[in-house]
Design a protein around this ligand. Structure first.
Ligand code: LLP
Length: 463
């Protein structure tokens, strides 16, 4: 599908809300490998398959809506990231994108580390056997109880996010007779080109301690004086779903500058810098994400160059990709319930899920693609909006897309690139039952997070 300035004569209905014209792909049956996980293809009957299993069979066995996660692709992406960064750097998978015990085991086996940001994520990581020293603990308001559990478990690092937290973690560690390895999260003042709600390095937001006005330098000063802390580095995360490497480069440069200031003031060279996550993925054919080796090279080069200029030994770099690892590995499979053509506008296709399994479209205006998955069709393309079954008109899964005009109730459609921040942000709105996550690999499918049941809902309702 391609989005361009209006060519001659688009139908009024095909002019999108952002003023662009969305042209249908030449052949709607073709699955663009940019947005589908690696083992996805169509079988000889035209049905979409993943890991060798057709969606019709998967839907029969596991129901819809459901997320199908391509385990081979997930593991390949883990390896691509750790190979790209090499043994001199560390890759932390950001668990907030999607976390389950199986995911933790895959990460452990593939040699990745794990970034958690809540007691729940920490509990999942430890329960599934992630060694504590490979866990980083994040968050702008970790509770005392969460900090105690993290320190007691022996997490490899806690990323400090405020002046209060510096003292809080030091106090807790000391009380437990420990010296906790910590990094300080700084706000580098970069405007990342992404949705406002997921940009995190400009000054007017809640995360980190600003480099501006000497705040971060003061945080370092305080952390260095506290016995309970071992300050090992500086952390910066500039936002999410970012394609342009320029923001990361500015961030790396400013973090290295701080390391040089710390060396000058305290005679200490902090050995680590973490440049966060945030690398974008392809949700539609229009998106052009960077490959891990390009990212590793560009970050490595800039840090090395800046450190050389400042006379510093190059610190150990770490990164925290979440979306870029799990995002492309899953699709959501829905069954079409109703098809409602609105004359002169578009056709509304209602599916059996919606904003409860993918809030991203409503929340960030996110764009997704969609394909007819249970069969192919040579019917004319029709402009559609894929909507859910919830009680509001903003319940949109795919805002603008084309599907074949013979689409009918009972067809299965699949929305690719839903591995990140869909199941993890799913809700029970309208008492929807959150869908399962099914891992598929080499002809076998296995539920890794089961579908919720009405009993699950009622169990919490103790009134
Ligand atoms: N590190 C830190 C400190 C973070 O806060 C995040 C994401 C990551 C790493 C991973 O970022 P990623 O590589 O996945 O972009 N719910 C939003 C995204 C929020 C991201 C929050 N922090 C979405 O659906 O787009």
């Amino acid at each position: 599908m391609s989005r361009s300035a209006h060519p001659a004569g688009p139908r009024h209905a095909d002019v999108m809300s952002d003023g662009h014209y969305l042209a249908p792909a030449d052949d709607l049956n073709v699955l663009d490998e940019k947005v589908w996980s690696r083992t996805v293809t169509r079988d000889e009957h035209g049905a979409v398959t993943v890991g060798g299993l057709t969606v019709s069979r998967l839907a029969e066995e596991f129901g819809t809506p459901a997320y199908f996660l391509d385990e081979a692709d997930f593991r390949a992406r883990c390896r691509a990231w750790s190979d790209a960064f090499g043994p001199g750097a560390d890759v932390f998978y950001a668990g907030k994108a999607f976390l389950s015990r199986a995911v933790v085991r895959w990460l452990r086996e593939e040699g990745l580390n794990l970034d958690v940001c809540s007691g729940g994520e920490l509990a999942t990581a430890l329960d599934a056997g992630m060694p504590a020293e490979r866990i980083a603990f994040h968050g702008n308001n970790k509770t005392v109880e969460e900090i105690e559990r993290a320190v007691a478990a022996g997490v490899g690092r806690i990323v400090l996010d405020s002046f209060q937290e510096i003292v809080r973690v030091a106090h807790i560690a000391q009380g437990l007779g420990k010296r906790q390895r910590v990094q300080i999260r700084v706000t580098v003042g970069v405007e990342a080109h992404t949705h406002e709600f997921i940009a995190t390095a400009h000054e007017d937001q809640k995360f980190g301690i600003a480099l501006a006005g000497g705040q971060a330098a003061e945080a370092v000063r305080r952390a260095l004086t506290l016995d309970g802390l071992e300050l090992v580095g500086i952390h910066s995360h500039i936002g999410s779903q970012i394609f342009d490497m320029a923001g990361f480069e500015v961030s790396a440069r400013r973090v290295v500058q701080l390391l040089a200031e710390v060396r000058d003031e305290h005679g200490v060279e902090l050995p680590e810098i973490d440049l966060g996550g945030g690398l974008g993925i392809a949700y539609t054919s229009e998106d052009d994400p960077r490959e891990p080796h390009e990212i590793a090279k560009s970050l490595g080069d800039i840090v090395t160059r800046e450190c050389e200029a400042a006379g510093l030994a190059t610190p150990r770099i770490s990164v925290e990709p979440g979306r870029a690892i799990v995002g492309p590995t899953a699709f959501t499979l829905y069954e079409v319930g109703t098809v409602k053509p609105l004359e002169g506008l578009r056709t509304y296709v209602s599916v059996d899920g919606g904003m409860s399994d993918n809030i991203r479209t409503a929340l960030y205006d996110a764009e997704y693609s969609v394909a007819l998955a249970s069969r192919t069709s040579d019917a004319e393309p029709m402009l559609v909006r894929v909507v859910g079954k919830h009680c509001e008109s903003g319940d949109i899964v795919v805002k603008d897309a084309y599907l074949p005009s013979d689409l009918a109730p009972g067809d299965l459609i699949a929305v690719p690139a839903t591995g990140a921040y869909c199941r993890s942000m799913a809700s029970n709105y309208n008492h929807a039952l959150r869908p399962p996550v099914v891992a598929v690999r080499d002809g076998e499918a296995r539920v890794i997070v089961r579908r919720e049941t009405e009993e699950d809902l009622l169990r919490l309702d103790v009134g």
